[in-house]
Design a protein around this ligand. Structure first.
Ligand code: PLP
Length: 369
């Protein structure tokens, strides 16, 4: 069986470094928010191109803290997409704000800037743009729109560590960016973790306060905060994997190229917007008979997943509660048609070719290359 994702293969590929890092932390005796977290924050900020990084407990918390640090709270509307991990929307509600969901663009499945503009109200305080599947949203249009309207832009980079837009790293365009280090992400821990990134130091300092009880000094809260700390083990492991991130992303792009070559002529290939350098967190194809295709591939030993099977505005927890602005045609069709093919840096290219050939035979494509 070719798995869709394989976090253990990631561990094995970096085993010596990770084992040494774990040993170092265990022997060090400091287990949360210590020297490893501080070092990782510095190294990740430098990787992104400068600015300020704050390690936190998860990607959900990263979105929550990004919004809270920017002053988003109760009574504010935050525009985002329905075609995303539920965490994006959950985090907006954690910040006390009201999620307003709009449709995505066909092909890239990123937030549609025209839909954002149409959904703006005097209550709109922020836009959360999700670089879904590792593909940057239209950051030219979004930064221009948000600047013109005086609205904060938060980039949800949970699937796009290292992606670039016009040569610059995704995450550095908005007022804040949120990263998840869930094990299967492009930069993954061996457990939960996340980070918020800011170009602006005062906002980063605010996030630093909020992530630990609002403490300006130990046991003295300057503002009401909570606990969303990154632990030393995860930070030490992330430092090892960060060194391999560009190489791992290059492998993902090479696998994407294998898929594209083998599936030439297949109409359901993912789009790449000019100016974007995606990092293929997922390689997502579409097919009108998605469920039959999934079963067909499963029978031929190809594991696939669906990201995501139900738009958030239709899920039991959110239906009728979150605001929806405009039609959701692209989103609702995506939920019926998307299928994620095997994609992780350690996936052998021969396995990708085998997966592509199975798909090609279902779609009755001529023999691929
Ligand atoms: C994974 C993910 C999150 C949440 O990250 P966690 O670390 O699981 O909390 C948020 N947004 C997107 C787009 C994600 O893919």
């Amino acid at each position: 069986m070719i798995p869709c994702a394989d976090p253990k293969a990631q561990y094995l590929a970096h085993k010596d470094g990770i084992d040494a890092a774990i040993r170092r932390v265990l022997d060090g005796g400091r287990y949360v928010l210590g020297a490893e977290v501080a070092a990782f924050e510095g190294e990740f900020a430098e990787y992104l191109g400068g600015g300020h990084c704050v390690g936190v407990g998860s990607g959900t918390e990263a979105v929550h803290l990004a919004l809270a640090a920017l002053g988003v709270g109760p009574g504010d509307e935050v525009i985002t997409v329905s075609h995303t991990a539920v965490a994006t929307v959950a985090a907006i509600e954690l910040a006390g704000a009201t999620p307003v969901l709009v449709d995505v663009e066909p092909g890239t499945y990123t937030i549609d800037p025209a839909r954002v503009e149409a959904a703006l109200t005097p209550k709109t305080k922020a836009v959360v743009a999700v670089h879904i599947y590792g593909h940057p949203a239209d950051l030219d249009a979004l930064t221009e729109l948000c600047r013109r309207k005086g609205v904060k832009l938060v980039e949800d980079c949970a699937q796009s560590h290292g992606a670039r837009w016009k040569g610059r790293r995704a995450g550095t365009f908005g007022d804040a960016a949120a990263f998840s280090f869930y094990p299967t992400k492009n930069l993954g821990a061996i457990g939960d973790g996340g980070a918020v990134f800011f170009n602006d130091k005062p906002a980063a300092d605010k996030a630093r306060l909020l992530r630990e009880y609002g403490w300006a000094e130990r046991y003295v809260s300057a503002v009401p905060g909570w606990n969303s700390r990154l632990d030393e083990l995860q930070a030490a492991i992330l430092r090892v994997k960060l060194r391999g991130l560009d190489a791992d992303n290059a492998k993902r792009r090479a696998l994407a190229a294998v898929y594209r070559r083998a599936l030439e002529g297949f109409p359901g290939l993912p789009a790449e917007r000019a100016g974007a350098e995606p990092v293929y967190h997922l390689f997502v194809v579409t097919h009108p008979e998605r469920d039959a295709l999934k079963a067909f591939l499963q029978e031929r030993g190809v594991g696939t997943m669906i990201h995501y099977p139900m738009p958030i505005h239709l899920q039991p927890a959110y239906k009728g509660r979150v605001a929806v602005r405009g039609a959701m045609a692209v989103t609702e069709r995506a939920a019926r048609e998307v299928l994620s093919l095997p994609m992780f840096p350690e996936l052998p290219e021969a396995d990708a070719r085998q997966a592509a050939q199975a798909l090609a035979s279902f779609a009755a494509l001529p023999e691929g290359k």
